[in-house]
Structure formats: structure tokens, C-alpha cells
Design a protein around this ligand. Structure first.
Ligand SMILES: [Fe+2]
Length: 272
């Protein structure tokens, strides 16, 4: 890791410490941990670019890789002022946290010492990291940086959500957005998203099984081999799929998700 990245890590830590000086800082500490996991994933993706198949390899230069790592570090910096003001991480009940992260990173001057292109690419990725879909006109380098952050972010959100799907942690309801735990039910629209190759929308989720299907639809969007490899090695997707109901009507979606996981495994092992 470069000395400059250490400066950024220190800057991020100092920035978050002020917000954590409150009695109920546990959710903020989890956001700090999430940030460093996303940062580590982003670095692993950048380090593994040589293993990408040539068909989807963007010729990432040093500036683009640096922008991706810094964007991963600052992608959720708006979560801290969001929680301070609204006491929630629910964007629908407060503000779009990616927009707030963009404004915070810009106004705090987190990237002030960086080359203009690094700064622009990193801020763009911070702003777009939670979009349901990315704009079609993004330049290749901006898409690359944004995709690194989105892949890395998904990987860690996946870990967090799966831990809540399988246990009774106190924050379970908040993480799963208060959906209903009806073991045999799911929303047909979300199963249709699986079959149509779409990412499911949070606003369509009604049951815990919908969450499982949503996590499955994220496989539609994963771009990098390092992410697929980490997902396959974690065993978390198998776990999620095994918890879905074995109902005849859900069978096509379940078969599709298993096929997508097999494809992830093949990509991770370089069998294309
Ligand atoms: Fe985020």
C-alpha cells in the first residue's frame, strides 16, 4: 500500500471519530468496518485485474486504480452526517447517502491533494455507487472505477445481509427493512427479475425470501473475477439458495440462480 493511501486512511479515521463520540455509536462503528472491508475488496480487485478475461478487461491505468481505491474508502462517508441528522441509514426516510457522500468528500477536501483525473473519477464513483442502474453514457474509465466500488460494496453487503438472514441479531429488522418472515412466501415480481436478468428493487421486497432472491440477482451485475471468486469461496450464495422454498412455482428462478452461481464458479476458475 502506498504511503499516500495511509494518509487517506488516517484522514478517514479522524473524520469518523468525531461522529462516534455519542452514546449509540455502534451502527457507525459497523459503517467504519464496512468501509475498510470494501476498501480491501477494491484493492483485491485492482490487484487481480491481470486475471480478467480480455473480453471485459479495461486497460486500467494507475490513476484509475488509485481512484477506485480512494472511492471505496470514501464511498459511504455521507453515512456519518446522515446518521447524525436523521438517526437512520434508510435513504428513503432521510437523504440519498451517495449524494451526501459525494458532497461530503468534495466539501471536506478529502481528495484535494490528488490529480484532477483521480479526483473526478473517485467522486463520480462515490456519487453513482448506489444507483439501481448506471447511466449508459459513462466513459470507460469512470465505469471501471464505479464498477470496482459497486462490486466491492456488494460483496460486503452480501456478507452483512446473509448474517442477518440466518440469525436473530438485534439489528435484523433494520437491515432487512422490516420485511415479513413468511418461510413459504415470495413476491412473483422479484422472481421475475431473476429470470429476466434484472437487479431486484428494494422497494419490491415484502418477504425475507425476496431478500434472498435480491441477493441472487446481484450476480447479474458482478463484473470482476476477484469478486466472483470471493463470492464462490465464501459459500454464502449456496447458503442463501438452500434457504429458498422448494416450491414448483419458484423452481425456474432457483434453477437460474444455480446456473448463475455455476457461471461465477467457472469465471473464477478461468473456465469460460
Ligand atoms: Fe453506500
Amino acid at each position: 500500500m502506498s504511503a499516500d493511501c495511509m494518509d487517506h486512511i488516517e484522514r478517514f479515521r479522524r473524520y469518523t471519530e468525531d461522529f462516534q463520540d455519542v452514546p449509540d455509536a455502534a451502527p457507525l462503528r459497523l459503517k467504519v468496518e464496512h468501509t475498510f472491508r470494501v476498501f480491501d475488496h477494491a484493492r483485491a480487485i485492482a490487484a487481480g485485474l491481470g486475471a480478467e478475461p480480455s473480453s471485459c478487461r479495461f486497460a486500467a491505468d494507475a490513476e484509475a486504480c488509485r481512484a477506485a481505491e480512494l472511492a471505496a474508502l470514501y464511498h459511504d462517508c455521507g453515512r456519518f452526517p446522515q446518521f447524525k441528522e436523521y438517526r437512520t441509514f434508510l435513504d428513503a426516510k432521510s437523504v440519498n447517502h451517495a449524494v451526501l457522500s459525494f458532497k461530503t468528500a468534495r466539501d471536506e477536501g478529502f481528495l484535494a491533494g490528488e490529480a484532477p483525473r483521480v479526483r473526478a473519477l473517485a467522486l463520480c464513483a462515490v456519487l453513482l455507487h448506489n444507483r439501481h442502474a448506471l447511466p449508459s453514457h459513462l466513459a470507460d474509465d469512470a465505469r471501471f472505477v464505479t464498477d470496482v466500488v459497486r462490486d466491492a460494496d456488494k460483496l460486503d453487503i452480501f456478507r452483512i445481509m446473509v448474517s442477518h438472514l440466518t440469525s436473530a441479531l438485534p439489528e435484523r429488522d433494520a437491515v432487512l427493512l422490516h420485511v415479513e418472515d413468511a418461510p413459504d412466501r415470495w413476491t412473483p415480481k422479484v422472481a421475475d427479475d431473476v429470470l429476466a436478468g434484472r437487479i431486484a428493487r428494494y422497494s419490491d421486497l415484502r418477504y425475507v425470501n425476496d431478500f434472498r432472491l435480491l441477493l441472487g440477482t446481484w450476480m447479474h451485475e458482478l463484473r470482476f473475477t476477484a469478486t466472483k471468486k470471493a463470492l464462490v469461496e465464501s459459500g454464502l450464495m449456496e447458503q442463501v439458495l438452500s434457504q429458498l422454498p422448494k416450491h414448483e412455482l419458484l423452481r425456474p428462478a432457483l434453477d437460474k440462480l444455480h446456473a448463475m452461481l455455476d457461471q461465477c464458479r467457472a469465471d473464477a476458475e478461468g473456465r469460460n
